[in-house]
Ligand binder design. Structure first.
Ligand SMILES: Cc1cc2nc3c(=O)[nH]c(=O)nc-3n(C[C@H](O)[C@H](O)[C@H](O)COP(=O)(O)O)c2cc1C
Length: 331
């Protein structure tokens, strides 16, 4: 069935787009644990799509059986580039397009992409309209609450403009672009936008537990979770269970986490080849190997891993090491 934001079961639970993290392997991993998660891709440059960059298309690879519905996030500044990209992505099998109007990174903003679009609401609306006209797919926008300060009226006007231009959903990360990742996310901003819009609104920022998600949801259509899933792909299952009034028992010990860590390695190798896959896996493993005596020595080893076989060996060695330490402590 054709994907639509309106038809999604509430509350929507979305994996935030995170460049360098929410690649196909990670999305498949999260969905293997909580299948109802809606995954956003890492942001992809519209220019890369328009000019047929090999790297861009490599980044867009996805597994249609294991990741759907897949929301592909794109960034850029030219409406015609968004229109062409939307057509290409529709052909590639994306279920929806998300437009990045939130990235505060210097490199992105200095070329008028990402959160720079907040400075030019007319262009932002033109981009949404051009994308909508080019595709039958739903088009959403992910944005922040302002450029350097939060003005509720300004944000509501900005979002209304996007809605009028055809946006099907807006997700709001409760920080200004100037804040980058500092301070606490302001969720009231999203609640106010929701009160003033007809289209669905998703909130984002600082959800680290199921309890956070339950507390922050309020009048919104859903929540989007980013950083807290890194090293904790079980979080989405915990949140979904909490939304349904249930509890999810996530793995606690390294031994219990081992199958998922190995699966993540395998998915990386499957999607990127062994060399690049294991290179990318190093940061995830470094995040997972912590909190036990001797962790720093093992971390130094996992950041030099090159093959899947080595990864499996070292991860099993770590698991045995922790078990032996515990036995010694118990005796
Ligand atoms: C490493 C990293 C990469 C990110 N990449 C993107 C991106 O490609 N597109 C985007 O809209 N936001 C991106 N973000 C922002 C997240 O989607 C999210 O809005 C932000 O991290 C706040 O949510 P959280 O507190 O749940 O992490 C990124 C954040 C991080 C930490």
């Amino acid at each position: 069935m054709k994907f639509s934001w309106k038809n999604q079961k509430r509350p929507i639970l979305a994996l935030a787009p995170m460049a360098g993290y929410t690649d196909s392997a990670f999305r498949q991993l999260v969905k293997s644990i909580e299948p109802k998660t809606i995954c956003f891709t890492e942001f992809t440059c519209t220019e890369g799509i328009v000019y047929n960059s090999k790297n861009t298309f490599r980044q867009l690879d996805f597994n249609p059986k294991k990741e759907k519905p897949l929301i592909v996030q794109i960034f850029g500044k030219k409406p015609e580039h968004f229109a062409t990209s939307a057509k290409v992505l529709e052909e590639l099998g994306a279920d929806a397009i998300d437009i990045n109007m939130g990235c505060p990174a210097k490199k992105v903003v200095s070329s008028d992409h990402g959160s720079a679009l907040l400075k030019n609401p007319d262009l932002a609306a033109e981009i949404v309209a051009a994308t909508k006209n080019a595709t039958a797919l739903p088009v959403s926008v992910k944005t922040r609450i302002g450029i350097s300060e939060y003005d509720p009226d300004w944000l509501i006007d900005f979002c209304k403009k996007l809605e009028k231009a055809g946006a099907d959903l807006i997700s709001i990360h409760g920080r200004t672009a100037k804040q980058m990742y500092k301070g606490l996310a302001n969720w009231n901003a999203a609640y106010e936008v929701k009160k003033n819009l007809k289209i669905p609104v998703i909130g984002n920022g600082d959800i680290a537990s199921a309890k956070d998600a339950l507390e922050k949801l309020q009048n919104l259509d859903g929540v989007m979770v980013g950083r807290a899933t890194i090293g904790n792909p079980w979080l989405m299952a915990e949140i979904r269970a909490a939304f349904e009034g249930k509890t999810y028992k996530k793995p606690e010990t390294f031994e219990e986490k081992l199958p998922i860590l190995i699966k993540h390695c395998e998915l990386n190798v499957e999607t990127k080849g062994e060399k690049r896959g294991m290179l990318e896996m190093r940061k995830h493993l470094a995040g997972a190997v912590k909190g036990f005596p001797g962790a720093s020595e093992y971390r130094a080893k996992v950041v030099h891993l090159n093959t899947l076989k080595e990864a499996k060996q070292i991860l099993n060695e770590i698991s045995n090491h922790i078990k032996n330490e515990q036995k010694l402590n118990n005796n």
